[in-house]
Design a protein around this ligand. Structure first.
Ligand code: GLN
Length: 201
C-alpha cells in the first residue's frame, strides 16, 4: 500500500513539501480538516510563521486532534516554524504562543537574527545518506535553533562554521524529525526520502 503523508496546509511552504513528498514516492495530501488528518500516516509541518499557524490550528479545530495523533506516535517532520510547533519548550515566543509539543527540545525562535540575517550553509546530517561527501545545502530563514535536547533526542546536525558554529539545527526523537532549515526548497530529496522511509516503518 502506498504511504500517505499529509502536509499541514494552514499557512507556509505547503506546495513545496507536497511536491517533494510525491517525488519521494509517497502520496501527499494537504491537511486542513480533522477528517484529512485522520487519513494520513505521517505529517509534515511546514515553515511559515509559527504564531500564525498556532492561531489557525485553533481556529480550524485541529490543535487537539493533532496533539493526540502526535501523542500516539504519528511520524512528523517539522521545518523551521514546524520545528517550533513540535517543540515541548520555546524561548522567544510571543506571550500567548503555544506549541503542539511532541519533541523533547527547547527551541529558540528567530535565533539567528532578523530576516536580513537569513543564510545558507552546507551540513552533514546524520541519517541522510552520503551527506559527508555530498552535504545538505541548508537554507535558514528567520530560523530557530535547538537550545536544549532531552535524553531521548538524537542530534542530527549542527552548524559547522561562522558565528553560529555548533548550534543544533536538526534533531530526531523516535519518528519525529525537525530541521531549523528548509529542506523543501533546494530540490535535494534526501530528507523527504528519509521521512517517507520513517513513515513506511
Ligand atoms: N520565524 C518564524 C516563526 O517564528 C519561522 C520562520 C520560517 O518558518 N521560515 O515562526
Amino acid at each position: 500500500m502506498i504511504t500517505t503523508v499529509g502536509v499541514l496546509a494552514l499557512q507556509g511552504d505547503v506546495r513545496e513539501h507536497l511536491a517533494m513528498l510525491e517525488a519521494s514516492g509517497a502520496r501527499a495530501v494537504p491537511v486542513r480538516r480533522r477528517s484529512e488528518l485522520d487519513g494520513v500516516d505521517g505529517l509534515v509541518i511546514p515553515g511559515g510563521e509559527s504564531t500564525t499557524i498556532d492561531k489557525l490550528l485553533r481556529a480550524f479545530d485541529l490543535r487537539d486532534p493533532l496533539r493526540e495523533r502526535l501523542a500516539q506516535g504519528m511520524p512528523a517532520l517539522g521545518s523551521c516554524a514546524g520545528m517550533i510547533l513540535l517543540a515541548d519548550r520555546i524561548v522567544g515566543g510571543t506571550v500567548d504562543q503555544q506549541t503542539l509539543g511532541g519533541l523533547d527540545i527547547t527551541v529558540r525562535r528567530n535565533a539567528f537574527g532578523r530576516q536580513v540575517d537569513s543564510f545558507e550553509t552546507d551540513l552533514e546530517v546524520a541519517g541522510v545518506p552520503d551527506s559527508r561527501a555530498r552535504p545538505v545545502h541548508a537554507v535558514f530563514i528567520r530560523a530557530p535553533w535547538v537550545e536544549e535536547v532531552g535524553p531521548g533526542v538524537e542530534v542530527l546536525a549542527r552548524v559547522e562554521g561562522g558565528p553560529a558554529a555548533g548550534r543544533i539545527v536538526a534533531v530526531r526523537e523516535r519518528d519525529v524529525v525537525a530541521t531549523s532549515f528548509h529542506p523543501e526548497i533546494t530540490g535535494d530529496l534526501r530528507l523527504h526520502r528519509l521521512f517517507v522511509q520513517i513513515v513506511e516503518g
